[in-house]
Write a protein that binds this ligand. Structure first.
Ligand SMILES: Cc1cc2nc3c(=O)[nH]c(=O)nc-3n(C[C@H](O)[C@H](O)[C@H](O)COP(=O)(O)OP(=O)(O)OC[C@H]3O[C@@H](n4cnc5c(N)ncnc54)[C@H](O)[C@@H]3O)c2cc1C
Length: 389
């Protein structure tokens, strides 16, 4: 390991490995991750839409592609369903532990040096960030860098160390709990299943993402302000379904998803923040892998160009470009989340009657006008919509 790199990326999740890969096209890059095994623990439902595979030319490698997703079934509190069906495949349930290693390997193939079992904090001199202090297999070392990328996930400390205000309200956090279960009965395992309801999963939902015909990630996300834990609600859901209750638990995952506002300051001096650390997550369903990769790519390209030109001022372009592209789309989706959080169970039952699968696809992509036109005759929902615009 050298004493100096152009770019150091902290965190080898989807955001960090993607940033490292694109930065490495033009710069000398080190990416570190505190975990001994990149990708583990997984903290993920492992659903990844086709868009990510296409945008990043991800191969359909059997080692990390478990199962095709052909659509989704959304269940209202009264059990009525809205089905989202696609002509072809809509995405895949992947194996995150292998997928994240694949992304890190891609970064290393592009020339980045990847180092697991390495925890980093910022190294400063006269208030300026000059690199990182790492602990690698219990040995400490200081490494200098011109640019730092904070890709250290939802519990990010690095942005705060740089002086960025990272305070977040509990209401803006989705508290999640998940089992990977085997030996279960899944009705229609070609689809992913999402269950709504304020008693079932307050301000969130329960998901069943099948990895095999009899094996699935079964998880829940609820508001961070709830008194009862996510585990309480998930256990209750599983108990109410004999086809699930008889199954075995082969993995347990706990985690958080930042589903509120995005970090507003994505760049400070020579530091960029990407992925969950910057809260770049789809606020309506909490999916963040593709968002992390998109932001990582943009940040990585800007870092490479800044090194090439010697102009670190260019890093600010990452922030402006992200907010004018992906950020703009996610801001619209965030408005939908705020609307959805106010829905009662009766409202959801009504929406399941008037909305179809296409409406739900549009809404989760931030295009809500057609779907919302269908509910303006409903007095209570109209009231909620008035607050929305
Ligand atoms: C229960 C749950 C289910 C989810 N399901 C889905 C899903 O089905 N589909 C989807 O798209 N998204 C899902 N998400 C969200 C998704 O997992 C994240 O959005 C995604 O992992 C973000 O990638 P990232 O690279 O920003 O962060 P992470 O994947 O969290 O990676 C951050 C990395 O930084 C490392 N790190 C942290 N601090 C340091 C440090 N100081 N030094 C060195 N390394 C450090 C960590 O070890 C970690 O590997 C889910 C999240 C949860 C909690």
């Amino acid at each position: 390991m050298k004493d100096e790199y152009d770019v150091i990326v902290i965190g080898a999740g989807p955001a960090g490995s993607t940033a490292a890969k694109f930065a490495a096209e033009k710069a000398d890059v080190l990416v570190v991750d505190k975990h001994r095994e990149i990708g583990s623990p997984k903290r993920c439902g492992e659903g990844l839409g086709l868009k990510a595979f296409e945008k990043f030319e991800i191969p359909l490698d059997k080692r990390f592609v478990n199962k095709e997703m052909c659509g989704a079934v959304v269940y209202a509190p009264n059990g009525s369903k809205v089905e989202i069906e696609y002509d072809g495949i809509y995405g895949y349930i992947i194996e995150r532990k292998i997928f994240d290693k694949f992304l890190a390997t891609e970064a290393s193939r592009q020339g980045a040096k990847v180092l697991a079992d390495t925890e980093a904090s910022l190294l400063k001199e006269n208030g300026r960030i000059i690199g990182v202090r790492i602990t690698h297999q219990r040995k400490e070392k200081e490494i200098k860098a011109k640019i730092i990328v904070a890709a250290d996930g939802v519990d990010s400390q690095i942005a705060r160390q740089a002086g960025i205000d990272t305070t977040i309200n509990l209401a803006d956090i989705g508290s999640c709990f998940e089992y990977e279960m085997s030996g279960i009965e899944i009705e229609n395992p070609e689809m992913i299943h999402m269950f709504m309801g304020n008693k079932l999963a307050p301000k969130g939902y329960v998901w069943i993402f099948p990895k095999d015909d009899d094996r699935a990630n079964i998880g829940i996300g609820i508001s961070g302000t709830e008194k009862r834990t996510a585990k309480y609600y998930l256990d209750r859901f599983i108990k109410s379904r004999p086809g699930l209750e008889k199954g075995s638990i082969i993995e347990v995952n706990v985690g958080c998803v930042p589903v509120g506002d995005f970090l507003r300051e994505l760049v400070r001096d020579n530091l960029m923040v990407v992925g969950d650390a910057a809260r770049q997550v789809n606020p309506i369903h909490g999916g963040g892998i593709c968002e992390a990769m998109l932001a990582g790519k943009l940040a990585g390209i800007k870092a490479g160009k800044a090194i090439n030109s010697g102009n670190l001022e260019m890093l600010k372009e990452y922030e402006t470009e992200w907010f004018s592209t992906e950020g703009k789309k996610l801001e619209k989706i965030l408005k939908v989340r705020h609307f959805a959080e106010k829905l009662g169970d009766e409202d959801m039952n009504y929406l399941a009657k008037v909305w179809n699968g296409d409406d739900l696809v549009r809404i989760s992509g931030g295009e809500y006008s057609i779907a919302f036109k269908k509910i303006i005759k409903h007095p209570r929902l109209l009231g909620l919509l008035k607050n929305f615009v």
